[in-house]
Structures are given as C-alpha cells and as structure tokens.
Design a protein around this ligand. Structure first.
Ligand code: SUG
Length: 449
C-alpha cells in the first residue's frame, strides 16, 4: 500500500492577536500587546500551504475555532447579549477576554497525536485531541478540535477519534508537537518517539524549574494505549529541562524528524548520549538493522538562544515526490548568520537537498513557526479518498479561502479592539461562510441574526 504524509495546516482565525498568554514561550511574551494583522497572518499561512501543494504534496486545511469562546464565558457566569458578555469579561479581567479571543488553534501541531493505520492493531488511523491543559486559552480548544477532526476525517471505517485526555496537569498533552514517527519511509513500520517534559507521578524525576513542562510521560503512555501501538514501536524520551527553562516549550522547538532522519540540537534531551543510543538500537531492531540518520546540531554552531529566536528546528522536514529532502524553514533562519551558515553546511554535505524559507512573521511573533502550523497525518492512497475533499488544498480552494480572508479579516487588531462588539459579528459571519466553503456543517455553536 502506498502511504504519504499529509500536512493539515491550521487556517488562522479572524481574531489572531498578541496577548502574551503563553508563559514559557519567549516570542509570545515579547509580542504581548503589539497590534497583530489577522489578514496577513491568514494569507501567510495559506501561501505556505499553496507552496507545498504546488510542489506535488498533498496538503490539508483545518478550520479555525469560533472566537470569542462565548460558551466558556457563559460557563463562568457572564450573562446578557454577546456584546454584554464580552464587555463584562473585559471589565472582570482583560486577560480572560483575550484568552477567549485567541486564535491559537491555528497551531495544529498541538491539535492531536496521530497514529497511522499501518501501526495500529485495528488498522485505522487514530487521533487523540490534545487537552492543552497547561494554558487556559489553549485548554478551550480540545472539544472543538475533536469535532473538527471528526468532520475532516469523517469515516469510522478508516478513522478512530479519541477525546482529549482528562483535563489535568498530570495528563498534560500538547499533541504532535512532542511526537515524531520515525520510519524508513512513511509506509514502513514506524517508531513513535514520544518526548515529555516531566513525569507526573514521580516527584523525584528531573523537571524544569523556571518554565512549565507542558507534556507528561503519563499522557503519552495513555495515548499509546488508546492507539494500540505495539510496545516495540514506542519510545519515551525526556526533554532536557534546562532548555525548557530557556524557552523550548515543545520538542518541535529543538528537534524535527522525517522518515529515517532526526535533526536535533545536542542539548535537546536529558542524558542525550544514552537516550539517542537507545533510540538507535530500537530503530535498527525494528528495521532489520537499518540505521536512523541522527544529525545533532552542536551548540558551538547554533546556541540555544539562536535556535529559539530563529526557530530552526520548527522547520518542516519533508520528502518531496522526487525523493529529495526539503527543509522549509522560517525566514528568521535566513536572517540569522549562524543558522544560515549551518544550513548552508547541511546543503554542502548533502544532508539536505533543498532549503526554502517561508515568511510567517505573524505566527512567529506568537511562537508558531512552519512546523507548529501543521498536523502530520500519514495516510494510504485509499484513506485519502475518504478525507473531506473540501479540506484538501488545490487552486480552487486556495482562491476561495484567500477571497474569504480578504473579505472578512481586519488588518490590525489590538487588545482594546477585542472589546468592539462588531468583532463578534464579523467573526461569526466569516466562520458561518467558511462552514459552507469547507463543507463542515453546523460546526460552530453561535447563531447568526
Ligand atoms: O501554545 N502560542 C502558542 C504557540 C504554539 C506553538 N506550537 C508548537 N510549538 N508546536 C503556544 O504557546 C501565544 C498566544 C498569545 O500569547 O497571544 C500562543 O498560544
């Protein structure tokens, strides 16, 4: 059976803004209260999707969430018309309102953990929506994300959907951002590398002290059980707490893998030498002695600060249809002389065949690079036929979505604008129209007057 990896990117929602909500995410803190440009953010994301689709790769789109999250505000006791609820929430605490207005669901690397049908015992593709319990604004995403995945992969003969894990720090789960599937090719047997920040049930285990560890080992153990992954195809590796303390809040800020290649910083993992030896041994046992190509980036070439500010490791590492590798990196990597020089050396020694740079400044300013914006879903040719076709990128969908963004999105949004009642209506109207474009049915729970 032929398998390919399909990237499902999050479409940036109409209320993309900078509220400084993510403690431990350096870019989010730095951009707090800056005006955002939702229109540009959405168009930059769409341009990335189009570029990959034009290269002959299958590319999907996941719908944004409805914001403000009025259901959440009502649950907290705010009453009245939509406009009154928003104003009351702002008066109570502007951060609460900003949390309910965040378009953070755009970073679909945090939407779910995915296991392909080739690895699961029932031969279905399994999805577990991430609970994102560590951040208030992100914890709101879990329920709708589950629903969007069900509408996108809407055939229970091929796809199995699990609700998010219990919403508690012990099972803190940030989805695919901390998960890498390594395999000779996408269709071969896969080794699931689950990277966690702490062990919830072991108070003596190492953990970061300055910034939170958002992902627990216990969460990934639960997902491996839910997805029925064979033990020999699973490995748990702990992130280096020291780099979490320096702003590496997900594994995809310090490592990226694709098929049989893992590009990681030399400080990515706790006790890295041992961790990578174990990874290599397990990989080769699973693959008749074939070796994983591990490329460790030395601190002397790329210090942690540069890795975090350039988001080198948040690049997408992709196998192109002609089997060449492509690293789709953020433009910030091109502008950083150390990172650029390092990438040039990877091209010169043939570790990589192509490096492209994507302009994603609007997302980057909230700590979301190319890899944050996509959920990888390995699918067989047959399974692709059963994905909602209106979520698969092509020239027509691209044009429709660009027209839709240009019609509905603002080109500037400040924290004070979140009080504007017309933003509620604009956002609802936009999303209502989107459900038709993407054939999503009555996905959202608001009423259009
Ligand atoms: O969860 N930023 C997101 C960025 C997610 C990046 N995803 C991956 N690395 N896969 C986060 O920290 C910022 C929101 C704000 O401050 O307005 C935010 O949620």
């Amino acid at each position: 059976m032929n398998y390919q990896e399909v990237n499902f990117d999050g479409l940036v929602g109409p209320t993309h803004n900078y509220a400084g909500l993510s403690f431990g995410n350096v870019a989010s803190a730095k951009s707090a209260s800056q005006p955002s440009n939702p229109k540009q953010a959405a168009l930059q994301g769409l341009a990335k999707m189009k570029m990959l689709s034009d290269m002959g790769l299958s590319q999907g789109v996941l719908a944004p969430h409805n914001r403000p999250a009025l259901t959440h505000l009502k649950q907290l006791g705010f009453t009245g018309s939509d406009a009154q609820i928003v104003e009351k929430a702002y008066q109570y605490n502007p951060i609460l309102l900003a949390s309910c207005y965040s378009s953070s669901a755009m970073w679909t690397a945090n939407a779910a953990t995915v296991s392909p049908s080739s690895d699961t015992s029932d031969a279905k593709v399994h999805f577990t929506a991430a609970n994102l319990s560590n951040k208030l604004h992100r914890s709101i995403e879990a329920v709708l994300t589950h629903k969007i995945l069900q509408r996108t992969f809407a055939n229970d003969q091929y796809f199995a959907h699990h609700q998010a894990l219990p919403m508690h720090d012990h099972f803190g789960d940030e989805g695919a951002a901390n998960h890498t599937r390594l395999a000779q090719t996408h269709g071969d047997v896969g080794l699931h590398m689950f990277v966690y920040g702490k062990e919830a049930f072991n108070a003596h285990a190492p953990a970061p002290t300055k910034f939170p560890a958002r992902q627990t080992k216990e969460a990934f153990e639960a997902i491996a059980r839910l997805h029925n992954l064979p033990t020999e195809q699973v490995i748990y590796i702990q992130q280096n707490p020291d780099v979490i303390n320096q702003g590496v809040f997900h594994n995809d800020v310090i490592a990226v893998g694709n098929e049989n290649m893992l590009l990681c910083h030399e400080q990515a993992y706790l006790d890295q030498g041992k961790a990578l030896d174990t990874l290599q041994t397990q990989y080769s046992q699973l693959n008749d002695g074939a070796m994983l190509n591990i490329v460790e980036v030395p601190t002397s070439r790329v210090p942690i600060d540069d890795a975090v500010s350039s988001y080198l490791f948040n690049s997408q590492l992709i196998t192109l249809p002609n089997q060449e590798t492509l690293l789709l990196a953020p433009c910030e990597c091109e502008r950083n002389p150390r990172v650029r020089a390092y990438l040039e050396s990877l091209l010169a020694n043939n570790t990589l065949h192509n490096v492209y740079f994507a302009e994603l400044k609007q997302s980057m300013q909230n700590g979301g690079g190319p890899a944050c914006l996509r959920l990888r879903v390995p699918l067989s040719d047959e399974e692709i036929q059963h994905v909602n076709p209106k979520t698969v990128m092509n020239d027509n969908l691209y044009t429709q979505l660009c027209t839709w963004v240009n019609k509905h999105y603002r080109d500037s949004l400040t924290q004070n604008d979140l009080r504007d009642p017309s933003l509620i209506t604009q956002s609802h109207q936009a999303l209502d129209e989107l459900t038709q474009i993407m054939n999503l049915g009555s996905l959202y729970d608001f009423q259009i007057d």
